[in-house]
Design a protein around this ligand. Structure first.
Ligand SMILES: [Zn+2]
Length: 343
C-alpha cells in the first residue's frame, strides 16, 4: 500500500481554538504529520507525492463561492486595519438563503460553522495539498491498486460543500468518494473518527449512490452536537442511505466492534463497488479529546474487520487523531490489521 502525502500540508499552523469560551492552542498541529509518517514508515509504506489536480475534482464537492473565499479571504482580511493574525468568524447568519455577503467579515461568518477552523496565510495551500493527497490515493485505486492511504492534514470530514468547521476546510473523504464515482456506480463511506462526520453526511444526504455510515461519540453532549444522531437517515432519494451509530462516551473495544459489525452489515447490504474509510484515530483511549476508549490493539481489530467484510477497492483517508505518544502506533496498528484482513 502507498501513503500519499505532500510537504506543504505542514504549513498550516492555526493558533486559536475556543474551549468553553477560552482561547487555547489549536490541537490540529503539523506535528501530527510526523507521528503519522512514523506509523506509515513502521509498516514500510512507500511515501508518494500527489500530482497537482487543480480544482476540478474539488469543485465537484465544494461550491465556487466557497472555494474563492478559501483561496482569497486571507489577503482581504489582512487589509482590515488591526485585524487578527488569523480569520475567525464573529457573526453567523441565521438564514443562509438570503443575499451572499460582500465583506470578508460577513463571508467568514457565512462560510465558517464554528471557531475551530481559523484561516491563516498558509491554510489554502495546505488544505489544497491535503485534498490532492486524497485525490491521488483515489486515482491509485481507480488505476487498479487494491487500496491506498492518504495522509490528509488538515482533515476534512466536518467541512460541508460551502462550510469550514472543526479543523476542516476541504472534505477530503467526500472528494475521494466523488472521484471514485467516475468509475464506480456505488461508493460507501465508513467514518470511524471520534466525531461525527457532519460535513460528509450533509454532502451526500440526498443521494443514494454514496452510502454514508459513521460511528462516533454520541453528539447529545459532544461536538458536533447538531448532527450525528441516529434519527438522521437521509432525505429524498437519499432516505436510508445515511446511518449513524452514536456511541456512549468511553466505549471500549468490545462494544465498539459490535457497533462496527452492524455498520459493516449495512455496507455489505449496499454492496458498494468501492469503499472510503474516514480514518480518525481520536477514538483512542488516550487521545486529548478523551471521547471513546479504543485501544491501540483495537484499531488493528477495526482495520481487520473492515477488510475482511469488504474485500473491494478501498481508499483510506486520514481524518482526526491528535498528538499523543501512540498516534503513529495507532495508525500502524490499523493498517496492519487492514492488511491482515485483506489476505
Ligand atoms: Zn475527530
Amino acid at each position: 500500500m502507498k501513503c500519499v502525502f505532500s510537504a506543504p500540508q505542514h504549513k498550516h499552523y492555526p493558533e486559536s481554538f475556543l474551549v468553553n469560551g477560552v482561547r487555547e492552542q489549536n490541537p490540529e498541529m503539523p506535528g501530527r504529520i510526523d507521528k503519522l509518517l512514523e506509523g506509515a514508515g513502521d509498516l514500510g509504506l512507500d511515501i508518494v507525492t500527489p500530482k497537482d489536480y487543480g480544482l476540478g475534482p474539488i469543485a465537484r464537492v465544494h461550491t465556487p463561492e466557497y472555494l474563492e473565499f478559501l483561496q482569497h479571504a486571507y489577503k482581504r482580511w489582512k487589509r482590515i486595519p488591526g485585524a487578527a493574525a488569523e480569520i475567525t468568524p464573529n457573526i453567523h447568519p441565521t438564514n443562509r438563503d438570503g443575499v451572499y455577503p460582500a465583506s470578508v467579515v460577513a463571508q467568514a461568518g457565512y462560510h465558517m460553522a464554528d471557531a475551530g477552523a481559523p484561516i491563516t496565510g498558509e491554510t489554502w495551500e495546505s488544505a489544497l495539498n491535503s485534498a490532492w493527497s486524497a485525490i491521488h490515493a483515489s486515482e491509485l485505486v481507480l488505476d487498479g491498486e487494491k487500496s491506498a492511504y492518504a495522509l490528509c492534514r488538515p482533515p476534512g470530514h466536518h467541512a460541508g460543500s460551502d462550510l469550514a468547521g472543526g479543523f476542516c476546510y476541504l472534505n477530503n473523504t467526500a472528494i475521494a468518494a466523488q472521484n471514485l464515482r467516475r468509475k464506480y456506480d456505488s461508493v460507501a463511506i465508513l467514518d470511524v473518527d471520534l466525531h461525527h462526520g457532519n460535513g460528509t453526511q450533509d454532502i451526500f444526504y440526498r443521494r443514494d449512490d454514496v452510502l454514508t455510515v459513521s460511528l462516533h461519540a454520541d453528539p447529545v453532549r459532544f461536538y458536533p452536537f447538531f448532527w450525528g444522531h441516529a434519527a438522521e437517515r437521509g432525505e429524498g432519494p437519499g432516505l436510508g442511505y445515511n446511518l449513524n451509530f452514536p456511541l456512549p462516551r468511553g466505549t471500549r473495544d468490545d462494544d465498539y466492534l459490535v457497533a462496527l459489525d452492524k455498520a459493516l452489515n449495512r455496507i455489505y447490504a449496499f454492496a458498494p463497488q468501492a469503499l472510503v474509510i474516514a480514518l480518525g484515530l481520536d477514538a483512542f483511549e488516550n487521545d486529548p479529546f478523551a471521547g471513546l476508549g479504543v485501544s491501540t490493539e483495537g484499531f488493528g481489530k477495526i482495520g481487520k474487520a473492515i477488510a475482511e467484510r469488504f474485500p473491494g477497492p478501498t481508499v483510506i483517508i486520514q481524518e482526526g487523531g491528535y498528538l499523543c505518544e501512540e498516534l503513529g502506533e495507532n495508525l500502524a496498528s490499523f493498517l496492519r490489521g487492514f492488511r491482515e484482513g485483506s489476505k
